[in-house]
Design a binder for this molecule. Structure first.
Ligand code: F6R
Length: 242
């Protein structure tokens, strides 16, 4: 495990973008595992700047996102699909057909989870997987549970996750209560994992995840088993790490 400490969010975003751009320069046909949420937004902006300046092209990359709310999809302002287009895809030169998210509009959960697992499996392995972490230790929407889920699954979101996501919606009632989430197998099989963590509110859970017991009650703790994990944390988030 490598821990890169950044002074602040801006530096964290710059470091993460450098690693992602380097990945694509070294392997233009990379499969990028992408996340939504606040944490990667700065890195996405910096990747777009580098692309606009003509110093990297994403035209041969493929992407797989971690999750999508059940019931939402393209055309819904709050969907992760829309988030990815607003924050990254429309600012880089990736073809739309190279981007992949679970289809939240498919209410046949078993069929959709099987479809998404096949999309991921057909790529072989994700070259680099970006992750954020929830206050409860979730990665993707693998919420604290009695077991680690391997494949894509339909998950009821934790109260704490619904509360955290509330900031993107005008009322709590509007926050979707379930999602399709990538399981932990493709994350563990990714060639490299880049965990980005910002802010004091994440310091405890980051410390527990990296130094505590490996338990499905703290899903991110499974990352301790990954052979190429890079953690980029700003000073506030890294506060409890030695
Ligand atoms: C997003 C995802 C989530 C977030 C996590 C942190 O696709 O899967 O696990 O990474 O909830 O969210 P932020 O970055 O908003 O604190």
């Amino acid at each position: 495990m490598r821990i890169i400490q950044a002074a602040n969010y801006d530096e964290l975003s710059a470091r993460a973008a450098e690693i992602l751009v380097a990945q694509v320069l070294l392997k233009p046909k990379s499969v990028l595992g992408l996340a939504t949420g606040s944490t990667p937004v700065g890195a996405y902006q910096k990747m777009a700047e580098v692309c606009r300046a003509g110093r990297v092209s994403f035209s041969e990359c493929h992407t797989v996102n971690l999750d999508e709310y059940v019931g939402l999809g393209p055309g819904d302002e709050q969907s992760y699909h829309t988030f990815m287009w607003e924050n990254l895809f429309s600012h880089i030169d990736i073809p739309a057909e190279h981007t992949n998210l679970p289809d939240g509009k498919n209410l046949d959960a078993a069929a959709e989870c099987a479809r998404y697992d096949k999309v991921i499996a057909d790529f072989g392995a994700i070259d680099i997987q970006i992750l954020g972490i929830g206050h409860n230790g979730h990665i993707a929407f693998n919420e604290p549970a009695d077991y680690f889920a391997a494949g894509t699954h339909h998950v009821e979101l934790d109260e704490s996750t619904i509360e955290a996501n509330r900031r993107f919606f005008s009322s709590r009632e509007e926050v979707p209560k379930s999602a399709y989430s990538m399981g932990l197998a493709p994350i563990l099989h990714a060639k490299r994992v880049l965990l980005m963590v910002s802010g004091e509110a994440k310091a405890d859970v980051l410390y527990k995840s990296l130094t505590g017991p490996i338990t499905p009650q703290v899903p991110a703790s499974i990352l301790q088993l990954h052979s190429d994990l890079i953690v980029i944390a700003d000073e506030a988030a890294a506060g409890k790490l030695a």
